[in-house]
Design a binder for this molecule. Sequence first.
Ligand code: PMP
Length: 364
Amino acid sequence: MQPRDLSDHSPYVPGRGVEEVARELGIDRSELIKLSSNENPHGPSPAAVEAIREHADRVNVYPKSSHADLTERIAEEWDVTTEQVWVSPGADGSIDYLSRAALEPDDRVLVPDPGFAYYAMSARYHHAGVETYPLSIDDGFAQTAERVLSAYGGERIVYLTSPHNPSGSVIPLEEVETIADAIAEETLVVVDEAYGEFADVDSAIPLVNDRDDVAVLRTFSKAYGLAGLRIGYSVVPEEWGEAYARVNTPFAASELACRAALAALDDPDHVEESVETARWARDYIARELDAETFDSAGNFVLARVGDGTAVAEAAQERGVIIRDCTSFGLPECVRISTGTREDTREAVDRLNGVLADLELGAKA
Ligand code: PMP
């Protein structure tokens, strides 16, 4: 007895974890600087931690009112109706809900290459096909309507990522509108704003109210520091609102996750500090790292280092965990998440040592 043929399905490749690497190197985890998964180096908001403690003894009940409260709070924040807010376990959960709501077997989705792997994974789970539009390292992964539209062939969902993972490039809202105007009525444009808080550009959420073919993904994993709780949401067109009840996994967004997200929304100082640090650190990395880097609006910087695997491995030996971008199809690149000011300075220093050593080794 076997599972169905999953040979088309690639496993998700996460950034390496601190425990895993510390064990492998036989060192204490405190000696490591982990900049591989675009997490928040300030941790969660203290208010969120307090909310988790406060509600810990109530996890015997299903998350009903917390879910409703969070939905309402997000709707208020963005001036949309509660039906338009699809709370989910991470933004990944929203990708699944949109797949469930949109895709018939043999539909196709259009995704960026390189890009975030889960769009394609989710589409394939739902028996849909995957097409790609190329983003090019030669023009700094510029995202334009033209690039997307020249690859478009009637797919049911078109994914845009702004800021884009792993490059950090953004797509202007006018380009999003141009795409939405040009494509078929039955194509949904999904703008993934998982890193939206770090960017200095407007969210696409107001577009969702103006039209019926744009949805936006957001998450509490990044700027809000709640990646371990798995909580995010999408904002969908009004006409899609009632589909949520038919496609969501009941109670998938947990009680503690909803409570923590509510508390985090009431702690703007924590988000502000997180965003400020990320902006400082991405500028610092771009300025001080001895490698070509790409302009990033996210909490990470993509760097062209020659041999990404060799650099990531050597960096790990010096206690810095970064993301080898081979799995993104960019074997010459690494992605460095922004850390605290102290960790970022230290990491760049160690990485420059690695780059110098590898260069000397190559010349020898
Ligand atoms: N979109 C992008 C572009 C991402 O990089 C990530 C996380 N790595 C997600 C969505 C999903 O985030 P989460 O499920 O943690 O909300």
